[in-house]
Design a protein. Structure first.
Lengths: 265, 646
């Protein structure tokens, strides 16, 4: 069994850290043209719209398997210069395998339409009794607001193609994403992303919808088309506290539930 | 009719729909008296739209004219255009009563006869050797239809049918036609809303428990995923399987209704073992042409009886159906692995409960059904607007492999309500009345094996359509559909599943050139892929539909050109036909298709129809297969029809 789990890892590793937090993930793993604290786990340019400091923490399990999970934390701080953010995540199996990522993010807007963000990432892969490997990577992102409702975004992750040393059987994914989002009204939001992995052959299209039955309670849904996957979720917003739940439904592997809790000061 | 049928699929009985629409055209629904059930019987309105019409009337008072439909929220131009021929607004109630009295005095009758045949010789008719399979009868098709109507209170319907290849007044058909159907309907007798003696159909809830006849599945009418069974109806179609024969009635008191029903008919079934009285297959085609088809005719008796209870409020509806199903012999399907959980035995007990509820604009619906001592099936759905322009439709269904009935038709990817679960989500964008964009995604799984699928399998279906109605004369649609499923690959020692995909892209345009001439064009591209097979296909057709206002003549013509890579990439297209008939052939191989339908009104109450249709293949010397094989590259067909109304 354990051997299969390891196989599963290696396959999933290239996707592992590309899942954004639950509020974005529920919208079909989109986020290139979405904004807010969740941007720390997708396009850093989306962070620039933040007006107050926020802190959050998340948990993502892989395919209802308690052993393989991602735990993470995010923190964002708006300043006069722009918005600074910190993100930390740990993907893997407790005490056996840890793929750690720590990022420092800076994002700011230029005028009312354009926003640019960049992330400096430290990666560390740790496998029990095998050793440790380290790497540094840089992400770049941009968002452009045609209108306050309509945003397009682009995001390149690890564009320097940084990697762990060869003994580690794991990669730091390089990908390019283009996305758009449209806010129909303050409780209805659509988003769509296209992603091309550097080593991948297919472009993955994804799309998502968020609908609030009130300003406190939101339903979300999404779809990924290349290897079709469905996404569902809901979010609760009470004053500064937000709590988002999401799950991915994989045709063969089943559910991957996720939770994200954040607080805005 | 055409727009609707395109979504129904190829093996569907359209005659019932044709007749129903024809009826409403002759006797339009009064918008000021109608209810949601009646509007839904038209089939192209969603339950949500029907309720919007009723609630518009409740809020704004009676309709002054049918043009007021434009003020009803949720009705787009296309829906209004579909609806207007079938509705009216009576000028005053008093006149209505007078008219009704006059109507009651006159019983209206209608007699119609149709003849049709394929002109070329098909192989099954040429075989003389009585030891081989062959068609025993002539290639002529005969259909006789009689209707009597005494106001709204009494209706009588008789159908008689002989299919091509069946005998007439000889052999197995000693009584002439192969299929006879008759029914009498009495309505509104005190609390008895409807009493039917003879053939009838039943449609309850979402179709999990009991549903015969017309039903919708996936298609451009996203909101139609929500069904509303119309309950008991007179059966007037010519399908030889999907109906009941006996007595049924519907008793209504306030919000409650009570519908008992009993049916007995004989089925065409393959006798497996004489001494054990076992049958291995039940035929639903209604064809009795060859010695073996004739041999199996009427072999198995089928008794069905039960009751439906319903409680109905304008926005809320619940119902409960229970029935028992008994066969005169034991049904034992062939012992193949995919049949392992299918119905087997002599009897089946089924109960089901359903609901629908609308709150503000949110429409919720569902049903759960259970085969006693066997499996469950359930379905739940929601249709709701998320803004003034966007609506969302969601549906989840789960039909266990041990749930299996003969008379269920619910939302499903497969053709039956069994062995399937899936989630459907659809989106409707209607920025104004002229433009509509719809899309859906349906993901489904078949937990057990199926015919030619030797393992659990899954697949998905993606669909999108944009329709644009710039003005009353013009209509554009563009659609794309992508489907992926799994089935057995090239036969090996072990059958492994391989994926196959079907893609379909379509552009169509409808244009009213003059008051009497309509043009309709379509281009369709299709593609099929499985392992090394890669077939592509296209079809182009041009229709001319002429209806001069004062002339006794009307008619329509199609010219089509098609080129397909083979049978797998065939393209289906709906065709106009003589009144009450329908045609939904597939276009496969390379060639031309053309047809001409003409109608001539000889005198008041006497109408004549004629049809000539032909396939002309450019790459084939033989058309069809097995007993239907024609030597040559053409298959042509004529139909003649006469109707008397008196």
């Amino acid at each position: 069994m354990f051997r299969y789990l390891i196989l599963l890892f290696l396959y999933l590793n290239s996707h592992a850290q590309t899942n954004p937090v639950a509020s974005f993930s529920a919208m079909g793993n989109t986020g290139t043209a979405l904004q807010g604290i969740g941007s720390l786990t997708s396009n850093p340019a989306g962070l620039s719209s933040l007006k107050t400091a926020q802190v959050g923490s998340y948990y993502q399990s892989s395919f209802l398997n308690n052993d393989i999970r991602t735990i993470g934390a995010v923190l964002a701080l708006p300043t006069a210069l722009g918005v600074f953010g910190v993100q930390f995540s740990n993907y893997g199996v407790s005490r056996l395998y840890a793929d750690i990522k720590a990022s420092l993010v800076f994002s700011r807007s230029f005028g009312s339409k354009l926003a640019v963000g960049t992330a400096f990432n430290y990666h560390q892969l740790q496998i029990n009794r095998y050793g440790t490997s380290k790497a540094y990577s840089v992400d770049l992102g941009v968002q452009y607001m045609f209108t306050p409702q309509w945003i397009i975004g682009a995001h390149v992750a690890n564009f320097g193609n940084a990697s762990y040393d060869e003994t580690a059987q794991a990669i730091i994914p390089v990908y390019c994403r283009l996305g758009t989002s449209y806010r129909v009204h303050d409780r209805l939001l659509f988003s769509a992303d296209a992603e091309q992995l550097f080593y991948g052959q297919h472009v993955d299209f994804r799309t998502g919808i968020e609908y609030g039955i009130s300003r406190q309670f939101y339903f979300r849904g999404g779809l990924a088309f290349h290897e079709i996957k469905q996404f569902f979720g809901f979010g609760l917003q009470i004053k500064g506290l937000s709590c988002d739940f999401a799950t991915m439904v994989h045709p063969r592997l089943g559910l991957s539930p996720q939770l994200f809790v954040a607080y805005a000061f | 009719m055409e727009s609707l049928s395109e979504d129904l699929g190829e093996d569907f009985d359209y005659a019932e729909l044709a007749e129903r629409l024809q009826h409403y055209q002759a006797h339009p629904i009064d918008l000021n008296k109608t209810n949601t059930d009646e509007l839904l019987a038209l089939r192209f309105l969603s339950p949500f739209q029907a309720e919007q019409i009723i609630s518009h009337r409740e809020i704004s008072g009676n309709f002054v004219s049918i043009y007021e439909l434009q003020a009803v929220e949720g009705l787009d131009l296309n829906s209004i255009r579909f609806l207007t021929p079938f509705v009216q607004v009576s000028s005053s109630n008093q006149l209505e009563v007078k008219n009704l009295k006059q109507l009651v005095k006159k019983g209206k009758q209608e007699l119609m006869f149709r003849y049709g045949r394929v002109l070329e010789q098909q192989r099954g008719y040429a075989i003389a050797d009585s030891g081989r399979s062959r068609y025993l009868g002539s290639p002529d098709r005969l259909f006789l239809r009689y209707r009597y109507r005494y106001g709204q209170k009494l209706k009588l319907a008789i159908n008689m049918k002989k299919d091509a290849g069946e005998q007439f007044f000889s052999g197995a058909q000693t009584y002439g036609f192969d299929f006879y159907s008759a029914s009498m309907e009495i309505t509104d007798q005190h609390h008895w809303k409807r009493i039917i003696i003879g053939d009838y159909s039943l449609q309850f809830g979402q179709g999990l428990g009991l549903w015969t006849g017309l039903s919708f599945g996936k298609g451009a009418f996203i909101q139609n995923i929500a069904r509303q069974g119309v309950g008991l109806r007179q059966y007037t179609s010519a399908n030889e399987f999907s109906f009941f024969r006996g007595v049924a009635a519907s008793y209504e008191r306030k919000a409650f209704s009570f519908t008992p029903f009993v049916s007995y008919k004989r089925l065409t079934a393959t006798l497996q073992d004489d001494t054990l009285n076992q049958y291995s297959a039940i035929s639903q085609s209604g064809l009795h042409r060859t010695p073996s088809e004739v041999l199996h005719k009427d072999k198995l008796g089928e008794l069905l009886y039960g009751v439906n209870l319903a409680y109905r409020k304008p926005r809320f509806h619940i119902g409960l159906t229970a029935y028992q199903y008994r066969l005169s012999g034991e049904f034992v399907p062939r012992s193949l692995l995919y049949n392992q959980f299918s119905f087997q035995g002599q009897s089946l007990d089924n109960i089901s409960a359903y609901y629908h509820y609308s709150l503000k604009n949110v429409y919720a619906f569902g049903e759960i059904a259970h085969n006693i001592d066997r499996g469950f099936a359930f379905l739940n759905g929601l249709v709701f607007p998320v803004s003034s322009q966007w609506s969302v439709a969601l549906l989840y269904r789960n039909y266990q492999k041990t749930y299996d009935t003969f008379y269920s038709q619910a939302f499903a990817e497969g053709s039956t309500v069994t062995n399937e679960n899936g989630f459907y989500s659809g989106l409707i964008f209607q920025p104004n009345r002229r433009l509509q964009w719809v899309a859906y995604v349906d993901y489904f799984r078949f937990p057990w094996l199926k015919y030619r699928v030797d393992a659990p399998s899954s697949g998905y279906d993606l669909f999108t359509q944009l329709s644009f109605v710039p003005n009353k004369r013009l209509n554009f649609t563009a659609r794309y559909r992508y489907r992926k499923k799994e089935e057995n690959g090239t036969v090996d020692v072990v059958n492994l599943l391989v994926p196959f995909t079907r893609q379909q892209a379509r552009l169509s345009m409808q244009y009213a050139l003059t008051d009497w001439l309509n043009l309709r064009s379509r281009f369709e591209y299709g593609r099929y892929r499985k392992e090394e097979q890669n077939e592509s296909a296209y079809l182009f057709y041009q229709d001319f539909i002429g209806k001069p206002t004062k002339s006794k003549w009307s008619g329509n013509l199609r010219l089509a050109f098609f080129r397909t890579g083979g049978y797998n990439s065939r393209i289906y297209a709906f065709e106009q036909d003589v009144l009450y008939a329908y045609s939904f052939p597939f276009y496969s191989e390379n060639g031309w298709r053309y047809y001409l339908n003409l109608r001539y009104t000889l005198a008041k109450g006497i109408d004549l129809w004629g049809r000539y249709a032909a396939f002309f293949y450019t790459n084939q010397d033989q058309v069809g297969s097995a007993l239907d094989l024609i030597e040559g590259h053409q298959k042509s067909e004529v139909k003649l029809q006469v109707r008397f109304q008196f």
